[in-house]
Write a protein that binds this ligand. Structure first.
Ligand code: R5P
Length: 289
């Protein structure tokens, strides 16, 4: 059985249809003091799948942990979390003295509540595998194939561009799928919204598609686009996985001249064009065999 929340009901029902199981809506009650109570369907099977993308994460994290407990108390022996977007993965080191490693804290917390966690393209730069941080089974599905196929369908005279060196192996896979050349930049973060990016010599191409796992402030896409225009690219499009888009991000991206901005549907947004349901369905079908 699939259990979803109001904001993940569409995805939950689609996934349930693909898997031939039923979907149930969990309810969240907010007490006057701000605490929440989660109620799941008490008719659970041995295995329960909770599905929800965890952007705007703080309240959702609490709700997911409460829901996992509720499912176990109702009789589920195995509780799986499907979170197409998994938050807190970027703080994977103490960047300045006095900071936590948020990735580890959140992974420990979720790993104690769930038997398995599945997500799409978590930001694992210094941590190479989910198993290095999660104390339960944890799987990261790659969106490289679906993004690569979208790029291939949308034009030939194209260069695939990664904004930072850390993304090089991922960008290479996407470029191979699209059968196009690629470059990666050197990015330096100067603040929450400010970055600098340098690119090497570019092969002659009219169009570039910048590919990134997350767009938050939009600073990375905007700076990458401006730098590419300065280097002679005439059309810049962008394909991202997780459309977080902080306030004013879209304006920042559009004013940098990016023509077509598309995202995967891991976070519901008007830019969603690339479907990830087939990735989730295939993974869940494989595990249940
Ligand atoms: C960072 O390494 C990520 O891959 C993204 O480039 C970053 O999170 C984008 O953030 P922003 O849109 O705020 O520049």
């Amino acid at each position: 059985m699939i259990h979803c929340f109001g904001d993940s009901a569409t995805l939950g029902r689609q996934l349930a249809r693909e898997l031939g199981v039923t979907a149930h809506l969990a309810k969240v009650h907010q007490f006057p003091d701000g605490e929440t109570l989660v109620r799941v369907s008490p008719n659970v099977h041995k295995q329960a799948i909770l599905i929800r993308s965890l952007h705007r994460p703080n309240s959702k994290l609490i709700e997911m942990i409460l829901a996992a407990d509720a499912l176990r108390r109702a009789g589920a022996q195995r509780v799986i979390l499907v979170a197409p977007y998994l938050p807190y993965m970027r703080q994977d080191a103490v960047f300045s003295p006095g900071e936590p490693i948020s990735q580890k804290v959140i992974a420990d917390c979720l790993g104690r509540s769930f038997d398995r966690i599945v997500t799409i393209e978590p930001h694992l730069h210094r941590t190479h595998q989910m198993g290095d941080v999660f104390p339960c089974s944890a799987d990261a599905l790659s969106a490289a194939s679906v993004i690569g196929r979208w790029i291939e369908r949308t034009g030939r005279n194209t260069l695939v561009v990664g904004p930072d060196e850390e993304s090089a192996p991922w960008i290479r896979r996407i470029a191979e799928e699209a059968r196009l050349p690629f470059v990666v930049g050197k990015k330096q973060r100067l603040g929450d919204r400010r970055v600098e990016i340098e690119f090497p010599e570019l092969p002659t191409r009219r169009r570039a598609v910048i590919v990134d796992d997350i767009a938050s402030s939009g600073g990375t896409l905007a700076v990458a686009a401006r730098t590419l225009f300065r280097k002679g690219i005439t059309t810049v499009d962008a394909a991202i996985v997780h459309a977080i888009f902080a306030p004013r991000a879209l304006g920042r991206i559009r004013s940098a001249g990016i023509r077509n901005l598309v995202s995967c549907d891991t976070i519901p947004h008007s830019t969603n064009v690339i479907r990830t349901l087939p990735l989730l369905t295939a993974a869940l079908k494989e595990w249940s065999q």
